[in-house]
Design a protein around this ligand. Structure first.
Ligand code: ADP
Ligand code: MG
Length: 700
């Protein structure tokens, strides 16, 4: 008869039916009415297959009744959701299984603390630890605390399982054939302990087919074919006086399991040590355990993701560097400039007349006035195919007009000897008869075969050169020699001789110009500006002539486009590697889940919620992917640094390439590996979380 509402278990007309897809439904329990009060020691016995374990699954909240009502500590189980059931199991019920069900990868202490991982109680970790230490002491396991269960005897393992069952101070200890795997002497020990625990006030439910075990209980319930056939109070057998004393002295103070005591400092130290070890272990031991035991499999799996992350990292780093260096290089080449010229070929095709050109002194300033705030245009005044003579040598070459000091700076002209022209030397009235020699031009004109390079007479600065045989005639004084330059567009740039444009004009060069350089102000697109200038030129010339332009910027854009395509392709390859790697991770995690089904069952039995299991496996897959990603990043850093070093050594243009840790690449690598871990870990984690406790525990 159900009496007070303080009962631990109340079953009313409870039935349970096993239903599976391909087998007929089987009624394992029928019409069970049962009440268990706090403090009882109940043995549930019956033949094999009578339904004992099924009943224990119901009492232990591992399965829900198919019919009837089951109340555990007054709560109707069928009205609780999965989380509430897990929490109730964690707090109320301690399990002791025939097979012990310890987690082999955890130490004894960690095994004992397992239920506390899932506790909703406010105890601090050190409180749990001191409680675990008391239990270790009570069950004579102090020496074994940091050992793995595989190094313990059967009796010791069962005592560890008992400690784990007691750590949460549960209302009831539920034992399924607790002595089934032990020899008779050890079995006696365990039974004695159960009797003592009951004497301390703990409720005990033992499921057994062994009459020896049943005789220790105060109440024996017999079931047969899923029905209760008898339920009787018995007078339990007493263990001998001597044995009881022995048990007392070995287990110490009866209250010790629940009452914390003052610890010696050595003990506190060991607690602190265990605490550090414990929290790290709980999170990562399982992953590293499987990493260690399945090393080759894991390494192979990680390789795909590692290569994916590495290739993504390398590509982002290298293209970032190359594009930066090229932009800088183009900048020194006057990437912002464009050349606008009369399109002679187009004129021929369309029958347009030839353009005489723009008068440098009249038309150009007018046009420049219209362009103010947008940029400026400079004429390209030059004398071609002149005979140029120094006191000792001569060569055939041209003179390039310079329009301003600003232009000289924009073109990155730097002297190695002498000076640049003064601003006034560019002026129209001045037309100063001076020249700047490119480094090669200086050598051609002034080096002597005698090798007296360093003597004062040989420096070109201050000497004069004579120009004739072209539309410019005259004598020029060398004021400076230029440092050698790199140029993409003009290979002979170091043979140039620069003369102020006005000097060329006053010396006979035609002031009509069919080709100009356009230089936009900062923030204005060079291509747009060149087109704008063409528009203006067309208006100026009544739309009679065709013009075209060449912008270095467009070359840079083409180059960057190619670089982007290359990057894109490599990123696709990287993404494929990541995908394959991720599928590998998913595979290894599925295998991992499969191999650890029993572990999932154990964790759930001690009170893990589905979410705990999910996040555990998700954490493991994410950890695995982050580890692969970190290794991939290291590989990426090494390969990028080496590649850049090699490029530096073989390409002079790449001199300014250097390895910088690319933050974007780093972030992408992090996101990719984190994402792979989460995406490819989710399914295995869900599968693990969805496992049924009873089925999972049965798994070998
Ligand atoms: P006991 O623990 O007393 O040996 P169980 O509770 O394990 O008995 O099983 C009771 C009955 O239910 C048995 O006849 C058994 O064959 C059946 N049974 C147990 N588990 C399943 C299952 N998963 N599917 C179908 N029948 C089952
Ligand atoms: Mg059984």
């Amino acid at each position: 008869m159900p009496q007070a509402s303080s009962a631990l278990f109340e079953l009313e007309r409870v039935g349970y039916t096993y239903e599976a897809i391909n087998t007929p439904a089987f009624d394992a329990l029928t019409d069970i009415n049962l009440t268990i009060q706090p403090g009882e020691f109940v043995a549930i016995t019956g033949a094999s297959g009578s339904g004992k374990s099924t009943l224990m699954h119901l009492l232990g909240l591992m399965a829900e009744p198919s019919r009837g009502t089951l109340k555990v500590v007054t709560q109707n189980v069928s009205k609780l959701d999965a989380n509430a059931q897990a929490d109730l199991r964690n707090k109320t019920i301690g399990f002791l299984f025939q097979q012990f069900f310890l987690l082999p990868q955890l130490t004894v202490l960690e095994n004992i603390l397992l239920p506390t991982e899932y506790s909703r109680q406010a105890n601090s970790r050190s409180e749990w630890l001191s409680r675990a230490e008391l239990l270790l002491e009570k069950f004579d396991l102090v020496e074994q605390g940091h050992k793995k269960p595989s190094r313990l005897s059967g009796g010791q393992r069962q005592r560890v399982a008992l400690c784990r069952a007691l750590i949460m101070n549960p209302d009831v200890l539920m034992c399924d054939e607790p002595t089934g795997a032990l020899d008779s002497a050890t079995a006696q020990e365990v039974l004695k302990t159960l009797v003592e625990l009951n004497a301390e006030g703990r409720t005990i439910v033992v499921i057994t087919h062994d009459p020896e075990v049943a005789r220790c209980a105060k109440r024996v319930i017999r079931i047969s074919d899923g029905r209760i056939t008898s339920d009787e109070e018995i007078r339990p057998i007493k263990f001998g006086e001597k044995e009881a004393q022995l048990a007392n002295s070995s287990t110490g103070n009866k209250a010790s399991a629940t009452t914390p005591r003052i610890h010696s400092s050595a003990k506190i130290m060991s607690v602190a040590y265990a605490q550090i070890k414990h929290s790290a272990a709980q999170m990562f031991v399982p992953t590293f355990e499987s990493l260690a035991t399945q090393r080759l499999r894991t390494v192979l799996t990680m390789t795909g993701l590692l290569l994916g992350v590495a290739s993504i990292f390398i590509m982002l780093t290298l293209t970032g560097q190359v594009s930066r260096v090229f932009s800088e290089f183009f900048e020194t080449q006057g990437a912002r400039k464009a050349f606008v010229s009369f399109d002679g070929r187009q004129a021929e095709k369309t029958g347009a007349p030839q353009w005489r050109g723009m008068h440098v002194l009249h038309d150009l300033p007018k046009l420049n006035e219209q362009l103010i705030k947008l940029g400026r245009i400079d004429p390209l005044v030059s004398a071609e195919d002149c005979k140029i003579l120094s006191s000792s040598n001569n060569f055939q070459g041209g003179l390039n007009g310079m329009n301003s000091l600003q232009e000289a700076q924009e073109n990155n002209l730097q002297v190695s000897n002498g000076r640049l022209p003064m601003p006034h030397e560019f002026e129209e009235s001045s037309g100063a008869r001076i020249a700047l020699l490119g480094s090669d031009a200086a050598v051609k004109l002034f080096s002597t075969s005698s090798g007296k390079k360093n003597s004062k007479e040989q420096t070109p600065v201050g000497q004069s050169i004579t120009v004739r045989g072209c539309n410019f005639e005259g004598i020029l004084t060398v004021v400076g020699v230029l440092k050698p330059q790199d140029s993409l567009m003009d290979r002979g740039i170091n043979s140039n001789i620069y003369v102020p444009s006005n000097t060329l004009l006053t010396g006979g060069v035609s002031p009509y110009n069919r080709r100009v350089v356009t230089v936009p102000n900062r923030g204005i697109s060079p291509t747009w500006f060149a087109q704008y200038v063409i528009g203006k030129l067309k208006i100026m010339t009544d739309n009679r002539f065709p013009f075209r332009f060449f912008a270095a910027e467009q070359e840079l854009e083409k180059f960057n486009l190619m670089l982007s395509i290359l990057t894109g392709l490599t990123l696709v390859i990287g993404a494929l590697c990541t995908l394959i790697g991720g599928i590998g991770v998913m595979n290894i995690m599925l295998v991992n889940v499969h191999e650890r089904i029993q572990e999932v069952g154990i964790r759930k039995a001690v009170g893990a919620r589905d979410a705990n299991i999910r996040s555990q496996f998700l954490l493991e897959s994410t950890g695995l992917c982050l580890l692969s990603g970190a290794l991939g990043t290291f590989v990426g850093i090494a390969v990028s640094a080496i590649a850049l070093k090699i490029a530096q050594n073989f390409l002079p243009q790449a001199a300014s390439l250097s390895f910088h840790l690319d933050i974007v690449a780093l972030i992408v690598a992090l996101i990719v590996s984190l994402g792979a871990g989460l995406i490819f870990g989710t399914w295995p984690a869900r599968r693990a979380a969805a496992l049924d406790i009873v089925d999972a525990l049965k798994q070998e």
